[in-house]
Design a protein around this ligand. Sequence first.
Ligand code: ZN
Length: 103
Amino acid sequence: MNSCICCGDSKKTALIDDEVLCKQCNGWLVNLKTKGRKRFPTTRDRYRYIGRMLEMALRKLSMTDWRKREIDELGPNLRSVIPNSERKFRKLEARISYVTDQM
Ligand SMILES: [Zn+2]
């Protein structure tokens, strides 16, 4: 069991305070003021928060999303960049649906 308890991602995870967390979720949970972790009354509240952060990341990514027509207009060098952002997009969607399933 090495997937993040917040989003189900299994990449870049670490054991933090007895919980497996991915780097990104841990970053979202760290309170910069107190340098401690943000506290939530219930696990559900925490999922809701992580879900919101993931949706914001998805929205940010979709703003730089390329439409197929635009991709066709790009040269081969730029075109190779696209699948990477599409993978990121799908990954975020998978994490959001994991969070939704937990609530
Ligand atoms: Zn995570």
